[in-house]
Write a protein that binds this ligand. Structure first.
Ligand code: SF4
Length: 288
């Protein structure tokens, strides 16, 4: 039986860069606090904590004074930078450049819309770290929507400028934008702000999924990207299974003569070493 890891999976550029920056800091022996989980993958966090990583929440940043802190790839709202200044914290900013650019575009759009009486709309998940940073660019003065059912919050007599969280599903975003355009009597500008790395993953995934009889998706329980990509797997292959660690792999998934190949894939927050462990576990179960 073939057991293959998807060579398009593993960390995206932004997450890899943040983790490399963090590991560099930890190697130098400094006490380093990451603000929030560096990546939405519990196993990778356990590995980094064993190397000395400390984690604090954004809401508790104000309790630190004179320490070294790291902002992860998801980014932070302006209030966190203010605390860094006030509390004399040493900052390593590992915000993904794609997210930084999006924050800047939202700030600029907010200034434009404020002047002309328009509105800024963000399509994203309530409470998600990146979204908190994006909403912060408007001082909280924007409309956050998760799906089409929430677009009634918009005032359709006024202009609208729309942005998406970087890890949202493109088709879902387009549907929301179309629904807003249909209702609006003002000008609607929708920005294409879904990350290319995400889009390429989502586009490639169907080919990988269709090429295997069973799919094992390795992801984090808190990761929206994991959820979005796993949904694609499940739609295309009902023999798709979600695991967060190798111990969760079940040998019954590979039973039956019709199973000739198993594909292992993951989210942009899934480390390659974890997928390799899952692969070894599957190979052992098949061999037993
Ligand atoms: S998914 Fe894209 S925007 Fe998000 S961290 Fe990765 S590279 Fe950056």
């Amino acid at each position: 039986m073939i057991v293959e890891i998807d060579n398009n999976s593993g960390f995206c550029f932004g997450v890899r860069r943040a983790i490399e920056t963090l590991e560099e800091g930890l190697r130098s022996g400094e006490e380093l606090y990451c603000v929030g989980d560096i990546v939405h993958n519990e196993r990778e966090i356990e590995r980094l904590k064993a190397r000395g990583l400390k984690v604090t929440e954004s809401s508790r940043l104000g309790e630190l004074h004179g320490k070294s802190v790291l902002f992860r790839a998801h980014g932070e709202p302006p209030g966190s930078y203010e605390i860094v200044r006030k509390n004399g914290l040493r900052l390593t900013d590992a915000t993904c450049p794609v997210v930084l650019k999006l924050q800047q575009r939202i700030r600029e759009a907010y200034a434009r819309q404020k002047e002309t009486g328009g509105q800024v709309v963000i399509f994203g998940k309530h409470g998600h770290a990146e979204v908190i940073g994006l909403v912060g660019q408007t001082g909280g003065d924007c409309i956050l929507i998760e799906d089409k059912g929430q677009i009634d919050q918009i005032d359709y007599e006024r202009d609208v400028e729309i942005f998406s969280q970087t890890t949202k599903d493109r088709k879902h975003y387009q549907e929301v934008v179309e629904a807003i355009r249909e209702r609006s009597r003002g000008k609607v500008v929708a920005h294409d702000t879904i990350c290319r790395q995400m889009t390429e993953r989502a586009e490639h995934l169907p080919t990988f999924v269709k090429g295997h009889d069973v799919i094992v998706f390795v992801g984090g329980a808190k990761s929206s990207n994991s959820k979005m990509l796993f949904d694609i797997c499940q739609t295309l292959n009902e023999r798709s299974h979600f695991v967060t660690r190798e111990e969760e792999v079940d040998s019954s998934w590979f039973a039956g003569e019709e199973v000739g190949s198993v594909g292992i894939t993951g989210a942009t927050s899934t480390p390659l070493w974890l997928m390799e462990r899952v692969k070894k576990r599957i190979e052992k179960q098949i061999g037993d």
